[in-house]
Ligand binder design. Structure first.
Ligand code: SIN
Ligand code: FE2
Length: 216
C-alpha cells in the first residue's frame, strides 16, 4: 500500500486540554529506540506482572531509569530495584531521554525531567484496561508516551471512568503527551490486532516516561 505519510514531517493533533498527539515524532529514531529496548530487556527482562487483585496482565513490562513501575501483592509502586533481578533497573538510554525531552518541549512541557520509563510490550490480543496514571508523587509533570510497531487503538476519556472515550489509532512513531488539566484522564489500549511490522514483528511497544519521585 502506498504510504502517503512516509516522508511527512511530524504533525500535531490536539487531544484534550493539556494533551496532544505528535504524529510520527519518533519515526526517525525508532530503530535506535528498538535497539535500546533490547539492551534494557537483556538486563531486566520483560515479564507479565500480577496485579494486587491476582490478575496476570496481558502486557509484558520492564523499566529503565532511576525508578521502575511494578506491582506486588501490596499494590502498585515505583521501586529503584527490579524485583525480578534484585538489581537496579537499567539506566535510561540517551536516545530515550533525548526523544522525551524533544517531545515534551514540542508539547509545551519544556521542564519535564523523567526519572522512570515503563516499557510495555503488547503481543496479539494484549490490552491495557482503562486506568489513570496516578502513582507518581508530583502530578504537575506530564506523561510522554511513545508508540512503536503495530498500530493500536488508544482510548482517552476524562477524569471519571464513565466519561465518554475518544478512540484514536496510534501508529509507529506517534507520541502522545498529556498533562495539566488532562494529567489524570482515564486511558487504555484495546486488544492488539494481528499484524506484522518490519521493525517489531508481531508486537507493539510503548514507552511511557514519567516523573515518579517528588523533586522538591
Ligand atoms: C500506559 O497507559 O501505560 C500505556 C499506554 C500505551 O500503551 O499506549
Ligand atoms: Fe497509563
Amino acid at each position: 500500500m502506498l504510504d502517503l505519510f512516509a516522508d511527512a514531517e511530524p504533525w500535531h493533533e490536539p487531544l484534550a486540554p493539556g494533551a496532544l498527539i505528535l504524529r510520527r515524532f519518533a519515526l526517525a529514531c525508532a530503530p535506535e529506540l528498538m535497539h535500546d529496548i533490547g539492551q534494557v530487556a537483556a538486563l531486566s527482562p520483560f515479564r507479565q506482572m500480577v496485579t494486587p487483585g491476582g490478575y496476570t496482565m496481558s502486557v509484558a513490562m520492564t523499566n529503565c531509569g532511576a525508578l521502575g513501575w511494578t506491582t506486588d501483592a501490596r499494590g502498585y509502586l515505583y521501586s529503584p530495584l527490579d524485583p525480578l533481578t534484585h538489581a537496579h533497573w537499567p539506566p535510561m538510554p540517551q536516545a530515550f531521554a533525548q526523544l522525551c525531552q524533544a517531545a515534551a518541549t514540542a508539547a509545551g512541557y519544556p521542564d519535564f525531567q523523567p526519572d522512570a520509563c515503563l516499557i510495555n510490550r503488547y503481543g496479539i490480543g494484549a490490552k491495557l484496561s482503562l486506568h489513570q496514571d496516578k502513582d507518581e508523587a508530583d502530578l504537575r509533570a506530564p506523561i510522554v508516551s511513545v508508540s512503536l510497531g503495530l498500530p493500536a487503538v488508544f482510548q482517552f476519556g476524562g477524569l471519571h471512568r464513565n466519561d465518554p472515550l475518544q478512540r484514536l489509532l496510534l501508529e509507529h512513531g506517534d507520541v502522545v503527551v498529556w498533562g495539566g488539566p488532562s494529567r489524570l484522564f482515564y486511558h487504555g489500549i484495546q486488544p492488539l490486532k494481528a499484524g506484522h511490522h518490519p521493525l517489531t514483528g508481531d508486537c507493539r511497544y510503548n514507552l511511557t516516561f514519567r516523573q515518579a519521585a517528588n523533586n522538591e
